[in-house]
Design a protein around this ligand. Structure first.
Ligand SMILES: *Cc1c(COP(=O)(O)O)cnc(C)c1O
Length: 397
């Protein structure tokens, strides 16, 4: 008998379930570069969604660098670097990233996600303990899942809770690792890395920080969270991405020479997945050079963020505990938030609703991502529309 059954039929039921719960993600289509304005599903809209903090995703200098590199080196890396050899470009980017971050050395990965999935299991052994902030990013969680180590959680950004976990477990494991996001992407708050490092030093624990939303944003000229707190040489492993403020794509781990040498021997996405492509690497080099030359873009990002957030609070919106240009507009109710986002889009503002399970139930929000690329008129127009939709839906008076 050869009746063909649909063996994946259960997925249809699961998808219907997602739709019913308002948890189905509809992906909008862009027909423009990333910039302050986008063509979203055929309609021009103000962009409040991207992590393109500095406007580099479509910066002429990055585009020119990518084109020039392709003329010289082509597009692809050929194979993994340990087999096909490494291009001078990748080495140059790693040197420049290390220098920018004030670290001894750096190694690139294909993305921030694979940097975590590579670095964490390469370092954490079976007899170790990993202590994570309760709200760490999915790529950290998955990186930890790839280890056989014991796991513990401390309360979000709470050094006292971390101390309790350390006291409880000290001496029971071969090594203890503390892992945290630098800036938390859904709330915009900053990990108390100074206190975390002090505790790590007291309890002889190894620190890993994922600074995806801090690079190009925090510290002098966007040098990141380690620079923000003046902790150079005291954070053991710095993980990052080039997909946010740097405007391109790619991951990075920075730290001591011995750490980087080890990751090139044992980081599985380094050993078993091909390197960043030529145009990506060249564009990233241009991004780092641009940031090293001038603080202008970072300064403008912060000026935009301060202005927009002050005006939003004046309108009566709840921005939670943000300390960075990430601007959560907390509305609470899931359906209200979806409706708010839809109304913003109709009025020409692209700002996505973020709901459970990405954030806890009852804390649904619109997340506004500000950029150095926004002009004063862009911000004022966004504020006017937020105020209007907020009054219409009874969120603000
Ligand atoms: C965005 C993000 C990542 C993933 O970075 P990609 O380069 O896009 O893979 C990893 N960690 C944190 C904390 C992030 O916010």
């Amino acid at each position: 008998m050869t009746t063909r059954t649909n063996k994946l039929a259960w997925l249809e039921a699961e998808l219907a379930d997602l739709r019913e719960q308002g948890r189905y993600t509809t992906i909008r289509t862009l027909d423009s570069p990333q910039g302050p304005w986008l063509i979203v599903d055929g309609k021009r809209a103000l962009n409040f969604c991207s992590n393109n903090y500095l406007g580099l995703a479509n910066h002429p200098r990055l585009v020119a660098a990518a084109k020039a590199a392709m003329d010289r080196y082509g597009v692809g890396p050929g194979a993994v670097r340990t087999i096909a050899g490494t291009m001078t470009l990748h080495n140059e980017l790693e040197r420049k990233l290390a220098e920018f971050k004030g670290a001894e050395a750096a190694v690139t990965f294909q993305s921030g996600f694979t940097a975590n999935a590579g670095a964490i299991p390469a370092l954490v052994g079976d007899n170790d303990l990993v202590i994570s902030d309760r709200l760490n990013h999915a790529s950290i969680i998955d990186g930890v899942r790839l280890t056989k180590a014991a796991r513990a959680i401390y309360e979000h950004c709470d050094p006292e809770s971390l101390r309790e976990v350390l006291e409880e477990n000290y001496g029971r494991y071969q090594r203890i690792f503390i892992i945290t996001d630098g800036v938390f992407s859904m709330d915009g708050d900053i990990a108390p890395l100074d206190r975390i490092v002090e505790l790590a030093e007291e309890f002889n624990a190894i620190t890993i920080v994922d600074d995806a939303h801090g690079e190009g944003v925090l510290g002098r000229g966007g040098r990141g969270i380690v620079d923000h707190f003046g902790l150079h040489g005291r954070v053991d492993v710095e993980i990052g991405t080039m997909s946010k403020a740097f405007g391109v794509v790619g991951g990075v781990v920075a730290g001591s020479k011995v750490l980087i040498e080890w990751l090139k021997q044992r980081g599985r996405p380094f050993l078993f997945s091909s390197a960043m492509t030529v145009p990506d690497v060249a564009a990233c080099i241009a991004a780092v050079e641009l940031l090293a030359e001038s603080t202008e873009l970072v300064d403008r990002l912060w000026a935009n963020a301060r202005y927009f957030q002050a005006e939003m609070r004046r309108l009566g919106f709840d921005l939670g505990r943000t300390q960075t240009p990430i601007t959560p507009v907390i509305l609470g109710d899931e359906r209200l938030t979806q409706q708010f986002s839809r109304r913003l889009y109709e009025e020409g503002v692209f700002a996505t609703a973020i709901t459970f399970p990405t954030v806890p139930k009852g804390l649904a929000r619109i997340r506004v991502m500000l950029s150095a690329a926004h002009s004063q008129e862009d911000l004022d127009q966004g504020l006017e529309i937020f105020g209007r939709v907020g009054r219409e839906l009874g969120v603000v008076g």
